[in-house]
Write a protein that binds this ligand. Structure first.
Ligand code: AP5
Length: 223
């Protein structure tokens, strides 16, 4: 079973996906995190994608699709997979449909987190990230217990390289042009669940959980 989180940069996809993973036993797959891991490790892939990610551009469809495919076939998919950050273009959505058909995977729902640009800019501007375990914080809304240190592993928190004002502007522009068309794409297929993501984390999570429970039931009935 597969779930997709769709939404602007900073809408809260990663935050909500992490909670779902804990509560439902799903496995969260963030293409952004897979790419950042490759960048940190200095692999060939990391070198190829570094420029795109740092500028706030999308990595070419075929590159990111093959990264996802490699991750999916590893097999540790728990009770389901949450795709956090894929697809991001109509072409990627088409590639995903091919993958689903090939492996007999079922898409249960697309959770579309809606938040205004003002809200997402505030969230991205205060985000801090753990370079070691990937945990996410916000200096105001989700601060770590000890300032600047990860609660989970104690590493020094950092600002993501694409959370600069210029890269944030670029990411939002790219989102509007290339990713937003997926709202209509999945709406036409009856897969879209609109979730108001402007509230507090717990409030948004309640709406996410309700949508997942509803869709899960339907997915099980379809088999
Ligand atoms: P990716 O890592 O996917 O970044 P993104 O989509 O820009 O999303 P973010 O991680 O910035 O935001 P989010 O929605 O997960 O919000 P979060 O939960 O962190 O991709 C990065 C780059 O990789 C792309 O730009 C591209 O270059 C490349 N890439 C990745 N996938 C690709 C693909 N498929 N194709 C091509 N290229 C690809 O929350 C943000 C902050 O707000 C946090 O600080 C959090 O603590 C806080 N927060 C969250 N929810 C709330 C709330 N409800 N109230 C208050 N604060 C909140």
């Amino acid at each position: 079973m597969m779930w997709i989180f769709l939404g602007a940069p900073g809408a809260g996809k990663g935050t909500q996906a992490e909670r779902l993973q804990q509560d439902f036993g799903f496995v969260q797959i963030s293409t952004g995190e897979l790419l950042r891991e490759a960048m940190r490790a200095g692999t060939e892939l990391g070198k190829t994608v570094q420029g795109y990610v740092t500028r706030g551009d999308l990595v070419p469809d075929e590159v990111v699709a093959s990264v996802l495919q490699e991750r999916l076939v590893r097999g540790d998919t728990g009770t389901g997979v949450i795709l956090d950050g894929f697809p991001r273009t109509v072409r990627q959505a088409e590639i995903l449909e091919e993958m689903l058909a090939e492996h007999c995977w079922q898409l249960c729902g697309v959770l579309y987190l809606e938040a205004s640009e003002e809200v997402v800019q505030q969230r991205l501007g205060g985000r801090r990230n753990c370079p070691q375990c990937g945990a996410n914080y916000h200096v105001v809304t989700m601060p770590p217990k000890v300032e600047g240190r990860c609660d989970r592993c104690g590493a020094q928190l950092v600002v993501r390289p694409d959370d600069t004002p210029e890269a944030i502007r670029k990411r939002l522009e790219v989102y509007r042009e290339q990713t937003e068309p997926l709202v209509a794409f999945y709406d036409q297929r009856g897969m879209l669940e609109r979730i108001d993501a402007s509230g507090e984390v717990d409030e948004v999570y309640r709406a996410v959980k309700e949508a997942v429970s509803r869709r899960w039931q339907r997915c099980l009935e379809k088999g």
